[in-house]
Design a protein around this ligand. Structure first.
Ligand code: BJW
Length: 228
């Protein structure tokens, strides 16, 4: 294909694995120690808010112990230097892309360092533990919760993301299992709209059959090599 101008990059937990953050699926993944239905659904929050808050408090605390790796840094450099359109759409709720310096970034599944008011939708930065039932400063309701997209909830910025994917010349997926929709469907949309598609992952994923090209290996090696 001609040199791409518009690039959309989708990242998943695999890009942060070498920084020391657990992925979700597979051996040692977060879903091995926790049932999704207990910590990552609106019903879980309603049933046992303390458990959901403990799960996200621990993951927020872990952010202080990790730092961006060579893959985050390579994408941040691409973001700084790429003259065309670029969107880094991350499913990750960690802040390693922004700490590496990425700016054209969309957190489609929310962010650990953010609190959301379930009553009025206000968002505010958050560090440290988040006690259940805390009042929201904007509306006074006792409804602050982790700003995380649970199963069954609509991911953020879908219109903007789908437009960027539909207009992309190149769609690159990094470190995601392709198990969770709507993100898992972006590769098909990109292909249908004429983009070249590339997957960078440790191993083949559920999405691999949809990509023009899949390169296997650790993100800290593959991503800098691709960006170079
Ligand atoms: C490396 C590496 C290294 C390791 N280097 N690689 C039936 C059919 C279809 C859909 C549905 C269905 N039933 C329900 C649904 C919808 C549901 C869904 O998809 N469920 C599936 C389980 C089937 N989705 C939703 O509910 C979403 N909302 C929604 O659909 O709204 C309606 C809608 C309608 C129309 C349009 C749009 C929307 C919401 C999904 C919310 C996901 N939330 C989570 C948790 C919140 C964040 C958090 O706690 O952190 O998001 S779940 C979890 O999975 C997290 C992740 O972002 C997401 C994806 O996981 P990811 O990143 O792919 O991680 P892993 O662990 O799966 O994979 C890691 C990969 O890295 C592996 O491939 C490794 O090989 C690789 N790797 N080390 C490179 N060093």
């Amino acid at each position: 294909m001609a040199r791409p101008r518009n690039i959309v990059i989708l990242t998943g937990a695999g890009i942060s694995a070498e920084s020391g953050l657990a992925t979700f699926r597979g051996p040692g993944g977060l879903w091995e120690a926790h049932r999704v239905e207990d910590v990552c659904t609106p019903e879980a929050l309603a049933r046992d808010a303390a458990l959901v808050h403990r799960f996200y408090d621990a993951r927020r605390a872990a952010l202080a112990t990790v730092r961006p790796n060579a893959a985050h840094e390579a994408l941040a450099r691409l973001d700084r230097e790429w003259p065309g359109e670029l969107a880094i759409v991350t499913q990750n709720v960690d802040d390693l892309h922004e700490r590496a310096g990425a700016r054209r970034l969309i957190h489609m599944h929310g962010a650990l360092r953010s609190a959301l008011c379930a009553a009025c939708g206000a968002q505010r930065g958050w560090d440290g533990p988040m006690p259940p039932g805390l009042a929201c400063a904007s509306c006074g309701a006792a409804a602050l919760r982790p700003d995380i997209v649970f199963f069954g909830e609509m991911p953020y910025a879908m219109e903007r993301i789908e437009q960027a994917v539909a207009e992309a010349d190149l769609f690159v997926s990094i470190g995601t299992s392709g198990a969770v929709y709507p993100a898992a469907g972006f590769v098909q949309l990109a292909s249908q709209c004429g983009a070249a598609t590339l997957e960078l992952n440790l191993e083949r994923s559920a999405g691999s059959p949809w990509f023009d090209d899949t390169r296997l290996g650790p993100a800290s090696v593959l991503v800098p090599a691709w960006v170079a």
